[in-house]
Design a protein around this ligand. Structure first.
Ligand code: SF4
Length: 313
């Protein structure tokens, strides 16, 4: 008889509304214009998704000058782009569509708004992440990027200056709270975003992991190493009591023998990982173990973002 394994499945998990919309936009563009359609940067940070879209006719580039056939449309990724990118696309006479998640666009508008009021802006985020590059590129003025509490302490801004802050959407909810606390300790006049910039999907996926982590010997996060929200889920699983937590980039490459000595595993998928990979992982476990799946839902989600009209008409 196979060894018993308890699986704690986090809910919600996997695709968020922004990722769904971005992928849909590439598919609709392929329907409307035929092959190929260019996509600037990985539309979402997931190899499985990217490879599937490639097989349907998408060509991925990092910069617009890599586009060989300028008569073909290009889609900008869900992470958002600096203002210079649509400007360059117009200069090159490209047909372009922007799949920036509306919740990232909201932060772009906040930066613009603070910019108009001449307020210095602190951005809490990860250096070189495409979302951070996009947000910093919403203004020509300097934005102060901070990645942690220490960075806030080192800021060369007068303590009495009125300042504003915004955050990347996919950060750790807990770490960001500490950084915001430090900003408020260091500056007397802080303007906050109207609504938390860390998005609903990031928050819900982290809370769902927190709920089950302490019951788990091993936590498996299906995601990608360049995906901020995937890496945060691994950290949350570790911080909230799972004895071990790893990122699973390829469910077929996982060494399933590692579970021979354990009983309880947790599973989640990042906001850019499709449910089919969760199913594949559970099917692979089924081949080796006698499994019992317990799904624990932190919260139902019913967020949906529409694909732009001009793409479907
Ligand atoms: S993780 Fe949040 S901000 Fe990013 S695409 Fe999904 S909903 Fe939008």
């Amino acid at each position: 008889m196979n060894k018993k394994l308890n699986i704690f499945l986090a809910g919600p998990r996997g695709f968020c509304a922004g990722v769904d919309r971005a992928i849909e936009m590439v598919k609709e563009a392929l329907k409307k214009y035929g092959k190929p359609v260019y996509v600037r940067h990985e539309i979402v940070h997931n190899k499985f998704v990217v490879e599937n879209l490639k097989s349907e006719g998408a060509i991925f580039v990092e910069e617009l000058d890599e586009i060989k056939d300028k008569s073909r449309p290009v889609i900008f990724s869900a992470h958002g782009v600096p203002k210079s990118v649509p400007a360059e696309a117009s200069n090159l006479n490209l047909i372009y569509y922007d799949a920036t998640c509306p919740l990232v666009s909201k932060i772009h508008k906040e930066v613009e708004h603070f910019d108009k009021r001449d307020l210095p802006v602190i951005l809490i985020g990860h250096r070189n992440h495409p979302e951070v590059i996009g947000t910093m590129g919403q203004t020509n003025k300097k934005i102060y990027l901070v990645e942690n509490v220490e960075d806030v302490k080192k800021l060369q801004i007068n303590k009495d200056t009125k300042i504003a802050y915004v955050t990347q959407t996919t950060l750790s909810v807990d770490d960001t709270k500490d950084i915001i606390k430090e900003i408020k300790l260091n500056f007397s006049n802080v303007i906050e975003p109207k609504k938390n910039d860390i998005c609903y999907a990031t928050t819900n996926r982290q809370e769902a992991v927190k709920k089950i982590a302490a019951k788990c010997d091993y936590f498996l996060v299906i995601g990608a190493s360049n995906s901020s929200n995937s890496l945060r889920l691994v950290e949350v699983a570790r911080n909230y009591g799972s004895k071990k937590a790893i990122l699973v980039e390829d469910v077929d490459a996982l060494n399933y023998n590692i579970f021979d000595e354990i009983t309880n595993i947790g599973i989640t998928a990042s906001a850019s990982s499709p449910e089919i990979l969760v199913k594949k992982l559970i099917d692979n476990l089924k081949k080796n173990f006698d499994i019992k799946v317990n799904e624990e839902k932190y919260q139902e989600e019913n967020v949906y973002f529409k694909v732009p009209h001009k793409l479907i008409n």
